[in-house]
Design a binder for this molecule. Structure first.
Ligand code: IVH
Length: 676
């Protein structure tokens, strides 16, 4: 192909991809399959490789990430990025309305029936604000708020956010800035944290911190994997729009994602109504909102009202109240997790909060205790925010007892008395006694027998506790030495349950290598990482003898994981356990079938599995799909190739598949597909 044809083709592919991207991420109505999308993208990437001079900054290929930003350049905002004044009750809102009307020289007669000022009510998104500049319809620069005067250029990272258009459509101004909020949707935040907990990483505190932390990451490929999203809510341009609402409608037509929950209203009572509705309904949203933003709609009126030094006079934020009570702190106890992380917990005098009785609240770590200066006997304020576990937000110092004693953080493990350690940069203290500290040993066993690990469901936490107490097991290898007679000596252990347990252990010897690798509980090695490692190294022997460089060459393995693997196998006790597990017959290498590279029969096909099946478990089906080069997905979209349907499938899924024309196949059809 010559350069001219390549240029034409690249243009064509780019605009097709941008359109499909918008359909999928902004409008939520995809029109092509995953497979077709990936094919177009691959074609584009191949052409750009062949003609590097034709690679544009805003090519859809830039969305996958891969660029490293060492230092984020500091950029001065053309218009300062102000904040909003906050209000916390209805009187504040009525005051705001009065100030607005007075500022506009209107007569404040009847506050609840004025029709002279229209307001736009919007949700206040809880993320980080961003200013996007577009030149000739292309994203030119993305800058964080910073100190309001200057922020960081995070353009490379922003390009990985699929709902932010890189090229605009329609009748947009030649140069303008649009501002909005980058956020991490709740379901994605929950998934990230579940994965982190599984592999012993400290969970992220909340979606807002997660979003701003992600935006500052150096590797844009990691940013892309975090699946951030963005709502735009403020157009700054010379185009003569009459009102805020009109400008947002226009932004929508240019391809931006704007909130569907905004409402144009004509009076303060409608504003209050909007606030009441969302104060309740906010928990149903798939993202966090911490309040409502009210803006005067008319631009002329906005101009007339102007700004104070910090914020516009034409807008205000109403902050939702997190329910709050005060109660007495009776005691601070310390929990030791499976990975040895210590969590301080406040034991409170029981108090009613948000429909439940609260007795305990998280105190997170030593720094938080120090910062709050919280002491036993204090009257503390407890709040239930977005998080399920209530937290202590402060101390009522007016009620502090004269003889109160400053809290001193523990120095020894409350379970095994080992000296606690705290690594640099870590928020939590750790108990290093991993092989003898009871909750760590029991926790590792619980992880080992878990459904996604060795799947020994005849062995639950209670039995593990009994076995451990009786001195029958001290580590995971001991489990395979258990005899039925020993089990029968335990309280409440009948013949049948003892036999089930022995059978369960026996059956677990068939669990494939990649799951055994996940089960042994190497810190930071989650399910997916274990799979990737197993596929690459094929046997534990190879893994144990791999150098750091070899480990780093495995997809998903970075230096933290590599070091954790090295530390695990560097410990003689662990090597000993592995030897014993091997001798018990656990699988420490891929089966012959797995060693064959797998097939490509399902290459680039995406499956959604739903319902119950006769011959295979859902996990088995998922593995079969991956083995044959296919992809699994949890929800049906235009990108789904097949819906693999079992019994008792949800009617909603079926309806959606039919609507989108996704092919529906049975278990037998599927088996036939991979047999051919
Ligand atoms: S308008 C002049 N609208 O709240 C200020 N801000 O405390 C224009 N925010 O920095 C901001 N949702 O990060 C506006 N619908 C919304 C918002 C919103 C969230 C954030 C934004 C701003 C902060 C103000």
């Amino acid at each position: 192909m010559d350069t001219i044809s390549a240029e034409k083709k690249i243009k064509e592919l780019s605009s097709q991809l941008e359109l499909h991207n918008r359909n999928y991420y902004v409008l939520d109505t995809p029109t092509i399959s995953d497979f077709e999308f990936d094919k177009l993208l691959e074609e584009l990437i191949a052409l750009e490789k062949q003609f590097p001079e034709l690679l544009s900054q805003n090519s859809p290929s830039q969305r996958v990430g891969g660029t490293i930003t060492k230092v984020f350049a500091s950029v001065k905002h053309k218009h300062p990025m102000l904040s909003l004044s906050n209000s916390y009750n209805e009187e504040d809102m009525i005051d705001f309305d009065r100030r607005v009307q007075e500022g506009l020289g209107l007569e404040v007669n009847d506050l609840f029936s004025n029709n002279k000022v229209n307001y736009v009510c919007e949700l206040k998104f809880d993320g980080l604000s961003i200013g996007l500049t577009y030149k000739d319809g292309e994203l030119f620069q993305a800058v964080t708020r910073g100190d309001g005067v200057q922020g960081d250029d995070v353009s490379t990272n922003v390009k990985t956010i699929k709902s932010i258009p890189l090229k605009l459509k329609g009748n947009y101004p030649p140069l303008f800035e649009i501002r909005g909020e980058i956020f991490l949707p709740r379901p994605i935040f929950d998934t990230i944290n579940k994965e982190r907990e599984e592999i012993g990483d400290t969970p992220l505190a909340n979606p807002r911190n997660a979003a701003s932390g992600t935006m500052k990451m150096q590797d844009s490929r990691v940013v892309a994997s975090r699946k951030l999203d963005c709502f735009l809510y403020n157009v700054i341009s010379d185009t003569p729009f009459k009102s805020h609402f009109e400008s947002i409608e226009a932004a929508k037509s240019w391809g931006f994602k704007v909130s569907e929950y905004s409402k144009l209203v004509g009076s303060m009572d409608e504003v209050l109504e909007f606030i009441h509705v969302w104060d309740k309904k906010r928990f149903e949203l798939p993202f966090d909102t911490d309040g409502v933003v009210i803006k005067v709609n008319d631009y002329k009126q906005q101009l007339q009202l102007g700004f104070t030094a910090k914020s516009p006079r034409w807008a205000i934020a109403y902050k939702f109240k997190a329910e709050q009570v005060s109660t007495e702190l009776l005691e601070i106890s310390y929990q030791v997790g499976r990975t040895g992380a210590i969590t301080p917990v406040a034991n409170l005098k029981p108090v009613a909060l948000g429909g439940t009785t609260v007795k305990r609240a998280s105190l997170h770590n030593a720094d938080i205790i120090e910062k709050l200066d919280v002491r036993i006997g204090d009257q503390v304020f407890v709040e239930k925010g977005g998080e399920i576990i209530p937290k202590i937000i402060g101390v009522d110092f007016t009620k502090r007892k004269v003889d109160s004693v400053k809290t001193v953080y523990i120095t020894h493990c409350p379970e095994c008395n080992a000296w606690l350690e705290r690594e640099e940069g870590e928020a939590n203290h750790f108990c290093p006694n991993e092989n003898a500290c009871p909750p760590q040993v029991k926790g590792r066993m619980e992880h080992f027998v878990g459904r996604r690990a060795m799947n020994i469901d005849s062995l639950g936490a209670e039995t593990i506790e009994q076995l451990y107490k009786a001195g029958l097991v001290k580590n995971i290898a001991d489990l395979y030495d258990l005899k039925k007679e020993q089990l029968l000596s335990l309280e409440r252990m009948a013949e049948k349950s003892a036999q089930n347990l022995i059978d369960g252990l026996e059956a677990s010897k068939q669990v494939p290598f990649e799951r055994v690798l996940y089960s042994i509980g190497i810190r930071h090695v989650g399910e997916t990482t274990a799979k990737k490692i197993a596929k690459k190294v094929k046997s534990l022997n190879v893994l144990m003898n791999s150098t750091k460089e070899e480990l780093l060459s495995i997809d998903e393995v970075g230096s933290i994981i590599a070091e954790s693997i090295a530390a695990y196998f560097g410990d003689e006790k662990n090597r000993n356990i592995i030897e014993r597990l091997k001798a018990s017959g656990l699988k420490f290498e891929l089966s012959e079938e797995q060693q064959q590279a797998g097939s490509e029969k399902l290459k680039e096909l995406t499956f959604v599995i739903s319902g119950v099946f006769n011959s295979h478990s859902r996990d088995q089906l998922k593995e079969m799909i991956e083995f044959h080069g296919g992809k699994n997905s949890g929800s049906i979209s235009g990108k789904t190739s097949y819906l693999l349907a079992g019994d008792n499938m949800g009617p909603e899924k079926l309806k959606k598949a039919e609507k989108l024309g996704v092919k529906i196949i049975s278990e037998d059809d599927f088996v036939a597909m991979i047999k051919v």
